[in-house]
Design a binder for this molecule. Structure first.
Ligand SMILES: [Zn+2]
Length: 257
């Protein structure tokens, strides 16, 4: 498996951009703050969550440097506002190992979700609340013991949030949290969640995306938002979601794990 040497630099650039944004929005009116949180920062935070997905496959430094990957994920987590990178890694392994498996793949909606969110209006609400379902579902479906890196992830995130609040007040903190909620909810680049993880044709849980959000220059805004079907089969594939043609080739020759 080849690590992606550019990944750590893209993460660094996005985190620094969000830090600059925190300074810029400190005196912004609330309605403009929410506007930029949705249109710009939502894309950046969404992109960071997908970087965390790639890093959870050790794509930044390779499997030989697993600890470095874990800490880069904690760093990429900072603009998201809430600690989740370490927990994501823990449950994401199951997603690949038991793709579509009830009670094991925590990306699959529960029966209760399927039963309740069955009308267009309720499905819309479900899309809006998707960040909550994504983050809370593992606790209900397949809860696992808290790990050391999860605790450290939470402590680092708490220190960062408190530091931003102390430096620039409440608005930057709300800006980051709103960006995560809006960018991972009812947002154009969140469409890949539905395309990847929900079955429209019996036996095909995921779909590849080759649309305009998959290419440059939009790549800068949605760098990793294009995970393909093969990506879901290859847990250690570093290029998944980056370049569809080579993804197909690379992932087929990569052992899931
Ligand atoms: Zn993955």
């Amino acid at each position: 498996m080849r690590p992606d040497p550019s990944l750590k630099w893209m993460v660094l650039m996005l985190v620094l951009a969000q830090l600059l944004a925190c300074w810029l929005v400190r005196g912004l009116a609330w309605h403009w703050l929410l506007f930029w949180a949705y249109t710009l920062s939502g894309c950046v935070n969404h992109s960071l969550t997908l970087a965390i997905q790639d890093i959870s496959h050790n794509a930044a430094f390779g499997t030989a440097c697993a600890a470095r990957n874990r800490w880069l994920a904690v760093f990429a987590n900072l603009p998201v506002g809430v600690p989740y990178a370490a927990s994501f890694k823990k449950y994401h392994v199951d997603h690949h190992s038991y793709l579509g498996g009830d009670g094991l793949d925590v990306d699959v909606p529960t029966c209760l979700e399927g039963w309740f969110f069955c009308t267009p209006a309720r499905k819309l609400l479900w899309l809006v609340l998707q960040p909550f379902f994504y983050s809370l579902r593992p606790l209900c479906v397949h809860s696992r013991a808290v790990t050391r890196i999860e605790v450290l992830n939470a402590l680092v995130q708490l220190v960062a949030d408190v530091a931003i609040f102390a430096l620039w007040g409440l608005k930057p903190v709300v800006y980051l949290l709103a960006s995560s909620f809006l960018g991972l909810g009812l947002h154009p680049i969140s469409g890949h969640f539905v395309a990847e993880h929900y079955m429209f044709l019996k036996g095909h849980e995921t779909y590849s995306y080759y649309g305009p959000l998959n290419g440059s220059p939009s790549m800068w805004a949605t760098a990793w938002s294009t995970t393909t079907s093969p990506a879901s089969q290859a847990a250690n594939c570093p290029w998944c979601g980056r370049s569809p043609p080579s993804t197909t080739t690379t992932c087929r020759s990569t052992t899931p794990g």
